[in-house]
Design a protein. Sequence first.
Length: 259
Amino acid sequence: MTSSYLEGEQNALGNYGYNRGWQEGEITNRHWLADRREGETAGGAGVCGQHGGSGDGGRSDQRSSETNFRCRNFVFVGDRGMGIKALEEAHLRYITALTDPQIRRLLGQKVLQLEAIPRTDLRGGRREGAATYCGKNEMEAARERHRMEDKLGKLERKIAARNEEVQKKPRCNVEAGQRKLRAWAERHKLTGLVEWKVEGRRLVGERQTEKIEKELELAGCNVVTTDVLKPSMSAQEVHDSYMSLQKVERDFRALKTDC
C-alpha cells in the first residue's frame, strides 16, 4: 500500500487525510497492489480516503482488502519499521524485517546471538509470539563496509583540505571548520565513529576502530519476523515474500508515473 498527494482543494480522486509527517489537511489517494505467493502482481486498486493513521487500528485496511480483492486471508508485507502493533490489534498477519536498533535490543536480551546468524541458510526462532528468520548476505555486508570506508575517506580528505586552508589563511578559524565537519559527519551517520582533536591550528579526526566494527557487525544481517507460523508458510516462503517487496515497489513506481 502507498499513497499519493494531490494538489488543489477539489479533486474527485482524493479525500483529506494525513501527510508523511502525520499532519492533517493533505488530500491523499491510497493505492493497493496484491501479490500472489509466486511474487506476481495479482491486482490493484485506488482507495479514496484517509491514510492508515486514522486510528482504526488497520481495520479499514482489512475492509479494503476484502472488498477490492475478495480475499479474507491477507498478509501485510512491509519494510523495516512497519507498524506491527496496529496490525496485531486488528488481527492482521504481517511479514516485516527488524531495524538495527530492534536487532541490537534482542541481542542484548539474548533472544538472538550474533554468531548464530548463518552465512547462507535461514535460521528460525521464536520472539514474543512471532517467528524470526535470520540470514546474512555477504555481498551486502561487503557493500556496507565499502560505503563506510568511502564516507570515512571522504571525511579525512575534507579535514586535510580544511587544514591546508587554515595554513594558507591566518584568519581562518579552526573551531569553525570543526563545527562544519562535525555537521557533515552527523549527516552521514558518522557520529561517534571519529574522535576530534585540535592540535595547534590543525584539526585531527581519529577513527574509532572498535566503534566502527561495532557499527558494522550487523552489515548484511537480515532478521525477518512474522506472526504467520508453520505450517501456513515455510521459512523460505516467508523470506521470499519479504524479498518480493522490490517487485511491488517497482510496480508502484510505474503506477505513479505517466507510463
